[in-house]
Design a protein around this ligand. Structure first.
Ligand SMILES: [Zn+2]
Length: 327
């Protein structure tokens, strides 16, 4: 299986993201509102990082219609979300609105993120029949697991608990990337919402970033499972462990050992299934690793441009004009 990264688009600065800032010019170039988005081009299932500079307070906004939850980060405002895996190829609209430093109307920033074909492959898998059609006796267990997952993923929104970009939970061959379409035993159709990393039973697994353990549990399908909450609406999940070395409620640091590779739950052999969830969506962990959360340089995807002063413009009309003028 070739690395997913080899056929993924790279971040391409300045293209094709474009945007328009409405209203009068800010008092200084430094305070000029701007918006940048990572990655530069996205595929369905990607995590998306939105950074807004030059505002005097929290913005509000959307990516592809999904509301953003902003947090303050070193003088900027950031939000993390994802593109749903079923998002159509084409464009995703990014809209942000917030207070400008000088008195006056709020500033509106709008742009279009290019969404490219993901090329997710299809594969057939064989697993023990009990995992495809669970017996009635395990249905209660599966329901309890589902409730435990829902509880783990319902943490209060807090700013990021991490100070570094994300890192691999272990480095080995990728046996199945995010997005594989799967049929189990020729029947049940599903899509793979994690990255499978090869390993032998007993190999160590590390926290991909700082966070808090919100699940450490033996589950029917995912086996021994650890879930970390990283703040900013981000979670990482670690499935099929042979041993769990952390307890629920414990703070962990990036690189801290969470447990050992195993083959517990619905698996064909020992490996780590590494998942990333943000804003209620399973997204591609390999793309999370490419996000630069602490870029202090100028926006590299898009910079706002002040239009000539307009006599009381209607925001909706202005935004439509900026989108239609995209190259
Ligand atoms: Zn997997």
């Amino acid at each position: 299986m070739p690395s997913l990264a080899s056929f993924l688009p790279r971040i391409s600065p300045l293209l094709p993201f474009s945007l328009l800032a409405l209203g009068l010019a800010a008092s200084s170039a430094q305070a000029r509102p701007s918006l940048s988005v990572q990655p530069g081009t996205a595929k369905p299932g990607d995590p998306i990082l939105v950074t807004v500079r030059g505002l005097s307070g929290a913005p509000s906004g959307t990516v592809a219609g999904r509301p953003l939850r902003f947090f303050e980060a070193a003088g900027t405002w950031q939000a993390i979300t994802g593109l749903p895996v079923e998002h159509p190829i084409g464009m995703a609209e990014v809209k942000v609105e917030g207070p400008r430093p000088a008195a006056g109307r709020p500033v509106a920033l709008v742009g279009a993120l290019e969404v490219v074909e993901p090329g997710y492959p299809e594969r057939q898998l064989q697993v023990a029949g009990k995992y495809v059609k669970p017996a009635a006796s395990v249905k209660a267990r599966i329901a309890a697991d589902r409730a435990a997952f829902a509880a783990a993923f319902s943490q209060s929104f807090v700013p990021p608990l991490f100070q570094r970009d994300f890192a691999w939970p272990r480095q080995d061959r990728i046996t199945a990337p995010y997005g594989d379409r799967r049929s189990f035993n020729g029947k049940l159709q599903s899509q793979h919402f994690g990255v499978d990393i090869d390993g032998d039973t007993g190999d160590p697994i590390y926290a991909a970033n700082d966070g808090v353990v919100v699940m450490a549990r033996d589950c029917y399908s995912s086996g021994n499972t650890v879930i970390l909450h990283h703040g900013g609406g981000l979670y990482t999940t670690y499935f099929h462990l042979s041993r769990i070395d952390v307890k629920r409620g414990t703070k962990v640091e990036q690189g801290q050992k969470l447990g050992l590779v195993g083959k517990t739950g619905r698996v064909t052999g020992p490996h780590l299934h590494w998942g990333v969830k943000t804003d209620g969506l399973w997204v591609d962990g390999m793309r999370l690793l490419e996000l630069d959360f602490f870029d202090t340089s100028e926006p590299r995807v898009a910079t706002s441009e002040e239009p000539p002063p307009q006599p009381s413009p209607a925001p909706a009309a202005e935004e439509a004009a900026s989108l239609s003028s995209n190259p």
